[in-house]
Design a protein around this ligand. Sequence first.
Ligand code: AMP
Length: 278
Amino acid sequence: MDLIVARNRADLVAARREGTVALVPTMGALHEGHRSLIRQARVRSDQVVVSVFVNPLQFGPNEDFSRYPRTFDDDLDVCRAEGVDVVFHPSVEDMYPPGRQVGVSAGEMGRVVEGASRPGHFDGMLTVVLKLFNLVRPDLAVFGQKDAQQLALIRRMVADLDVPVEVLGGPTVREPDGLALSSRNRYLSDDDRKVALALSRALRAGAAQLTPDKIRTAAHEVLAQAGPKLELDYLALVDPATFTEVNEAYHGMAVLAVAARVGSTRLIDNVTVTLNPA
Ligand code: AMP
């Protein structure tokens, strides 16, 4: 079956088939990380819809909305190769008609960690994800653990607002040297890329420890060795459901998350760690 490109609600309705539908929301510039989510969607559903939409609502005024990579023709090739059924690619005007007032609030959980660095980001992200759910009406939706706080907030929204969709998470896909794949990696110079490796290395060093203090110290040591080209935004060790910092007595799974600027590119990464195992 040929890949269908849907640009609005009417196109989506026309493309709908019998059976289960899985949605993979993306901002395009598709890479192996996105492909792994598409494959997960493929095996779980009859029809796979990939949305490609750079959502202005989730970018701050001084962020990279205008220079975010847009490679739609290549994205279509990737989707064809992965057996995607429908690519949903609306315009900003179609998604946000004039007069818009109402959106989703991510609450306190949207104001910590990544949300503290990017005010309003998670409100904008949840608003577009809920709109995509309402437009596509998927049975399930797949998101990457690479954006751990985003995934946790989407689970929270689905629970808090009774959204009838099953949410699946997919593991972070990395380059062989550990760098997490990201659409923004294309902006790294060769030298930046070497510096950027400190993020995943720091997370690995942290994850090798068992208590919060040791984890934070081990990760900070690696980040400090990266030199001045790496501008650390945060290193956070948080409860995976609430994204609040864990204390020394915390037991169980936690997320070690890092954000840093390397050159003009802001990168994020995280790993899951087990604290104070019995
Ligand atoms: P984006 O296009 O960056 O908005 O990402 C779209 C989806 O792909 C989100 O659910 C991301 O978490 C996920 N994603 C991005 N990078 C990766 C990666 N390296 N591995 C797995 N999933 C990813």
